[in-house]
Design a protein around this ligand. Sequence first.
Ligand code: SF4
Length: 240
Amino acid sequence: MKYIASVSFGKDSLAMLLLLIEKKEPLDEVIFYDTGMEFQSIYETRDRVLELLKSKNIKYTELKPKQPFEYTMFNKTVKHRNGTRSKGYSWCGGRCRWGTTEKNKTISTYLKNNYGESYRELVGIAYDEPNRIKQDVHKLYPLYDLHFTEKDCLSYCYKRGFCWEEDGIRLYDILDRVSCWCCANKNLKELRNYCKYLPTYWNKLKKFQRRTSRPFKNNKYTVFDLEERFKQELKGSENK
Ligand code: SF4
């Protein structure tokens, strides 16, 4: 039996990986699915961990989408049920999580092709997210078994010097999740912080919005609408 950890290099899967290594649990391979749209600090975290894996002689594999994320988002020919065609799936998130679908498929195909039935995939789902746990004989959830909550994972990573810092900001201080920077699942609080503290990524979001007519948030608000809303909120609070 082979044990393979799926990591995104966010707080939960990183805590899981560090714990597995610290506790000397069986670990044959680490896989990372790189959407190509990760935050810079995720790639920096990966690079640090790669050195650790090398020193422990643990195999590391990077998987990627078949075609670049941006191509699928804006250029791929998409056939709709009513027979019409359009260019690209547009934003990924909400009910249209095409990026997640491809990620899950790519990982499970890789595991089946390389290990048949003789593997266990270690998945970093925290103790306080039980609804994300799937009954699947091939999956193990070490964080859940160890009663490690999301908060525990973050403080465990911070204690080990992993802080996901960009522009002087620890991303987990302003975001609930450090997933793809263009993820349409971000909530309003996260987006407000995004606009305020991460102008480089916010500008990239605006560039993307110019390339698609579909509004970014809830199919209702474009990135420009959100920016205007945040400006008005700021004005309102200054006038108080
Ligand atoms: S994090 Fe968001 S944008 Fe990235 S694949 Fe998942 S749903 Fe899509």
